[in-house]
Design a protein around this ligand. Structure first.
Ligand SMILES: Cc1cc2nc3c(=O)[nH]c(=O)nc-3n(C[C@H](O)[C@H](O)[C@H](O)COP(=O)(O)OP(=O)(O)OC[C@H]3O[C@@H](n4cnc5c(N)ncnc54)[C@H](O)[C@@H]3O)c2cc1C
Length: 395
């Protein structure tokens, strides 16, 4: 039952939203032309140039507390700002608030020791290094179902010996460290997270897996851990806290995905509207055909409802309430909305929408992963249904 909702947006956050929207339009979107469709990356000099501008404007790592160089936003403020940043697919990395680094920063901020922070967290928030988060495994390991986890860390004296096979570890190529989710001494109940530098003996980056969307700066990688020695002090939290920590990381990280996807869906709709208002067909503008208007209206409704679901979950998180079901609603709805809005956009923009002359082609390829990564749609439906079935209704 909804007990309270607070959606009043302070004036300073509204101003910040406008400033970031303007910055994205004038400084970031023009750089999208430098995006390399073959490698799926931006040239290094463009990244450095743009990151410097972001820092000069004071927008760097917006999600962090002010004391750590961020904007000191709560989750709702973050939703408003990230949904502006998400309008450009290259912007989150340029603002240092892209997955997986943003989720890893959140986790390290909450759970890392001061030694771990010195080695991993501070260089990460300064943009000096990148990171990965290694949970998913090939068959027969953990995918949608984490209980199939195979990776195992055996305690030996003051260290753990880690063995495992992971894949789809985003950003791992060129990352300084990865956070590895693993059983301990064969026990699933004792599953834990380990901070593993990528130059550790026995760490192997097998390949960057070819995917239909952008690779981002470090691809989506297959990794092997062969007798990797992890000192006990590089355990994140305590033995057996893996699932508690993964809830700390994955819940908010799923929601920040939704925030960025709202931005991308809005931009796709803007591109579509611009075309529909210019193009003529059968004696009138496309935008004057009722069939087109209905598609635009459906997209607008789905984006708006997805944004409200995202804000609702963000509000619960900022008030430290149980947000799991709300996050599942948002993740399911927003990821599906993103795909539908871009698909309609391509239909309305015709051949141009299908081509690389339009941004919709890139958005379409990138968007497809949204319904799979960080919990496929079906798993979020399962979570919602389980909660419904366990719910006690008041007479
Ligand atoms: C672009 C991208 C980036 C990623 N980045 C990372 C990363 O950085 N780190 C990481 O650890 N992982 C990452 N992943 C992996 C991602 O988290 C997994 O894809 C996801 O957890 C699902 O696991 P799976 O792909 O193995 O699906 P599987 O477990 O093989 O499931 C396949 C399909 O089965 C269906 N299914 C599963 N369970 C149910 C159910 N209960 N009811 C009905 N149907 C069901 C769903 O349709 C699902 O898509 C990434 C994936 C992608 C595509």
């Amino acid at each position: 039952m909804v007990k309270q909702m607070h959606f009043e947006i302070p004036k300073e956050i509204q101003n910040l939203q406008f400033e970031i929207r303007d910055f994205i339009n004038t400084e970031i979107i023009p750089l999208e032309d430098k995006y390399d469709y073959q490698t799926g990356r931006l040239p290094l000099e463009v990244v450095q140039f743009a990151r410097e501008k972001v820092k000069q404007r004071g927008f760097w790592t917006p999600h962090l507390p002010k004391s750590e160089g961020g904007l000191g936003l709560d989750m709702v403020g973050t939703a408003l700002v990230f949904s502006e940043i998400g309008r450009s697919p290259i912007a989150p990395f340029l603002f240092n608030c892209d997955a997986p680094d943003e989720g890893n920063m959140h986790l390290l901020h909450l759970a890392a020791t001061s030694e771990q922070k010195e080695k991993f967290y501070y260089p990460l928030i300064q943009g000096k290094i990148r990171s990965g988060f290694a949970m998913t495994e090939p068959i027969p390991g953990a995918g949608a179902d984490p209980s199939l986890l195979q990776t195992n860390a055996i305690k030996q004296g003051d260290r753990f010996i880690l063995n495992g096979h992971k894949w789809f570890c985003t950003g791992a190529n060129g990352a300084y460290f990865v956070i590895v989710f693993s059983r301990v001494n064969g026990s699933f109940r004792k599953s834990s997270m380990f901070l593993v530098p990528t130059d550790s003996p026995g760490y192997k980056m097998i390949r960057e897996i070819g995917v239909m969307g952008s690779h981002g700066p470090g691809g989506h990688c297959e990794l092997k851990f062969e007798n990797v020695e992890v000192p006990e002090k590089m355990l994140l939290g305590k033995v057996g806290e893996g699932f508690r920590l993964s809830q700390l990381r994955l819940g908010p990280a799923r929601l920040t995905h939704c925030m960025r996807w709202i931005g991308m869906a809005r931009r796709a709709l803007e591109i579509t509207i611009e075309y529909a208002k210019k193009r003529e067909a059968f004696g009138m503008k496309l935008s004057e055909h009722e069939g087109i208007q209905w598609m635009l209206a459906e997209s607008a409704l789905e984006i708006e409802s997805g944004f409200l679901l995202t804000l609702k979950a963000a509000d619960l998180l900022r008030r430290e309430q149980d947000a799991r079901t709300a996050i599942s609603f948002a993740k399911w709805h927003v990821s599906e909305t993103l795909c539908k809005v871009i698909d309609r956009g391509i239909q309305i923009c015709g051949a141009l929408g299908y081509s690389q002359d339009s941004k919709l082609e890139l958005f379409y390829r990138d968007a497809r992963a949204a319904r799979i990564a960080d919990g496929p749609t079906e798993v979020h439906k399962m979570v919602i249904a389980r909660n419904l079935l366990n719910m006690k209704f008041e007479a």
